[in-house]
Design a protein around this ligand. Structure first.
Ligand SMILES: C[S@@+](CC[C@H](N)C(=O)[O-])C[C@H]1O[C@@H](n2cnc3c(N)ncnc32)[C@H](O)[C@@H]1O
Length: 277
């Protein structure tokens, strides 16, 4: 789990003069402020802030929220994930670029008329990608946080509010082709290693998976077998240093075929496990 946006330190100050819109000088001036505040993608962020603001007053308010360290997606109201626009309400985990490869892999494994479940859906980003790549498939999601569930619903995701697989419709048992999740997996003791804007702003329940980080992951590995059809796939994102342990968990649980999921940067970022051979 990386940062939800560039690193920033508060700097204060007001947005510069010209009206919001396509003014390149305005964007450049904002980019300088953002860069000075520690933002690593200052020009792109400046363009996004200008694009999201109706006028100069609104732009000043958005800029000061960003300079105070709020994730960019909360400030602008949305982010792009696998080319799909995803609304992200304040308080909701911001989908990370690192999870895009998992979403694409899940879409590849999902038959055109198949059934997919996105556990821990947050804003619904992965479910949205599955639906956009496989419009004929059935895609359902679950989420425990009512704020995130409302956000996913606003994004058009069929989300069931509740704990992991608990709220899934019983008729999906042993019919699911793809069960995907980016669960909370940060060990409680490693929270301090996360970038400040994630640690300070995002809900702990979206990040931390107990002492080892694997509390939620372990439950998903166990319960997944009851939902997957024979030949169906479980795809889980975890930390690179957790991949071997989760691989073992899946083998011990009785999954037949196992693989390591690599992210866009080639780093091991998760586990794929198939029910049966
Ligand atoms: C790391 S975020 C991932 C969100 C989304 N999949 C994404 O990639 O943007 C984990 C999400 O799981 C939710 N969550 C945590 N524990 C859960 C549980 N027991 N049941 C369902 N959702 C849970 C959190 O509220 C959070 O939205």
């Amino acid at each position: 789990m990386g940062a939800p946006g560039g690193r920033l330190r508060p700097e204060g100050g007001r947005a510069p003069g010209p009206p919001a819109g396509t003014d390149p000088d305005l964007r450049a001036a904002l980019a300088v402020q953002l860069a000075r505040a520690g933002c690593v993608a200052a020009e792109e962020e400046a363009a996004e802030l200008v694009g999201a603001a109706a006028d100069r007053t609104a732009l000043a308010a958005l800029l000061s929220r960003r300079l105070a360290g709020e994730p960019l997606a909360w400030v602008t109201g949305s982010t792009r994930f696998c080319g799909v626009d995803v609304a992200v309400d304040p308080g909701v985990y911001v989908p990370r670029w690192q999870s895009q490869a998992l979403a694409r892999q899940a879409a590849r494994l999902l038959p055109a008329d198949g059934v997919a479940v996105d556990l821990c859906t947050g804003s619904g980003a992965i479910a949205l990608v599955l639906r956009s790549v496989r419009p004929g498939a059935t895609v359902v999601a679950t989420e425990i946080d009512p704020v995130a569930a409302a956000c996913a619903r606003r994004n058009g995701v069929a989300v069931h509010l509740g704990d992991l697989d608990g709220p899934l419709p019983a008729e999906l048992a042993r019919r699911v082709d793809v069960l995907v999740a980016v669960p909370p997996y940060v060990p409680a003791g490693a929270l301090h290693l996360l970038p400040g804007d994630a640690r300070v702003h995002e809900p702990l329940a979206a990040l931390v998976g107990g002492a080892t980080g694997l509390d939620v992951v372990t439950r998903i590995v166990t319960s997944g077998l009851g939902w997957l059809r024979p030949g169906g796939w479980l795809l889980l994102e975890v930390g690179t240093d957790q991949v071997a342990a989760v691989h073992r968990l899946c083998a011990d649980a009785g999954y037949g075929r196992l693989g390591v999921h690599a992210g866009e940067d080639g780093e091991p970022r998760g586990v794929l496990a198939r029910r049966g051979r």
